[in-house]
Design a protein around this ligand. Structure first.
Ligand code: ADP
Ligand code: MG
Length: 318
């Protein structure tokens, strides 16, 4: 017999993530009750993933559980916040216990890793859709806004870009070149929490790349009223993406495809050395790719042939 909603919650959702001292009541009452954090700022973000729009119906539920939490933690990472609590609203077409078991396994592993506690949520019946809200804490000196990039600031990028976009393209084309490692970049993005925290207090502006590098750097430029020049040769690409670009001439894919969940941030020249020292401890690459300038728009220098971009700006990427 299928478990009741309450039995499902008890079994699969009640003990996700650590039990934080600042959580007086988590799952089980009408509201979660939290003790306001010692850090002066509370940061809140929410993201919904809908089947066939944000993920393919074929994705395995464990990866989906990971990704729904990861995309929210990525927003906290981009602000330099420390993740603390999450809520989870699940709309499911049917109660399928093995699906829920796998989904919560993926969600839970990531929650443990970053010490985020699941403190509430909702379950409804309907087309598969998942909404997570994440709360984090921070301090005025360390929070990173999109609007604080200034001409002369250096632009940095964590990891590599285009991998998720290439995986999605290969999946859609049923191309057997899509390795497990490449597919993981699409289905199991790693929120760059450590990077966000390391650069807090040093970086000027930061954003996470969810809609594509050009579009998201464009948001920083818009918000900061600035432009940027990026050197194509400095943009970190993985071996499969580099090979794809070389063979197809399509350099739009790494620049414009979404779902990378890397961080792109800026740092004033005077703090660049200190920043480089700090990011050397990160377990993933993080490198300088360009400079913020006064002239509006995004310019890509040394771009490979096949990339048709005018110099007038990032709106051409959309
Ligand atoms: P109410 O009817 O008062 O909104 P529910 O019966 O929906 O409460 O939920 C009971 C408890 O279980 C609440 O604490 C709620 O936050 C929690 N809960 C329900 N669904 C989920 C879920 N998918 N994940 C985490 N907690 C959940
Ligand atoms: Mg209630």
């Amino acid at each position: 017999m299928a478990l009741s909603e309450f039995a499902l919650i008890d079994r699969y959702f009640k003990h996700i993530g650590p039990r934080l001292d600042s959580t007086l009541v988590g799952i089980g009452d009408d509201c979660a009750v939290l003790r306001p954090p010692a850090d002066p700022l509370l940061l809140v973000t929410t993201d919904t993933l809908v089947e066939n729009i944000h993920f393919l119906a074929s994705v395995d539920p464990e990866s989906l559980g990971h990704k729904t939490l990861a995309v929210n933690l990525s927003d906290l990472a981009a602000m330099g916040a420390t993740p603390k609590w999450v809520t989870l609203a699940l709309t499911l077409p049917e109660v399928n216990e093995s699906w829920i078991e796998a989904f919560t396994r993926g969600f839970s592993a990531l929650a443990e890793r970053y010490r985020v506690q699941l403190i509430g949520g909702d379950m409804t019946q309907g087309p598969l859709s998942i909404t997570v809200q994440a709360l984090g804490t921070g301090s005025d000196e360390r929070i990173l806004y999109r609007s604080a990039a200034r001409p002369g600031d250096r632009i940095f990028l964590t990891g590599t870009i285009g991998d998720a976009g290439l995986a999605l393209k290969y999946l859609k084309d049923r191309n057997e070149r899509c390795s497990r490692a490449l597919l993981d970049r699409l289905e199991r993005p790693q929120p760059r929490i450590e990077a966000g925290q390391l650069i807090g207090g040093l970086a000027s502006a930061c954003i996470d790349i969810s809609d594509g590098f050009a579009a998201d750097l464009g948001h920083v430029l818009d918000a900061s009223n600035a432009g940027a020049t990026v050197d194509w040769n400095l943009i970190p690409l993985s071996a499969p993406v580099r090979q794809y670009v070389e063979q197809s001439g399509d350099s739009r894919l790494p620049l414009c495809a979404g779902d990378d969940y890397e961080l792109c941030f800026t740092v004033p020249e005077a703090r660049e050395e200190e920043l480089i020292r700090r990011i050397a401890t990160l377990p993933y690459p993080c490198q300088r790719i360009g400079t913020i300038d006064q002239r509006p728009g995004l310019r890509i220098e040394n771009r490979v042939p096949g990339l048709d971009l005018t110099t007038s700006g990032f709106e051409h990427f959309s």
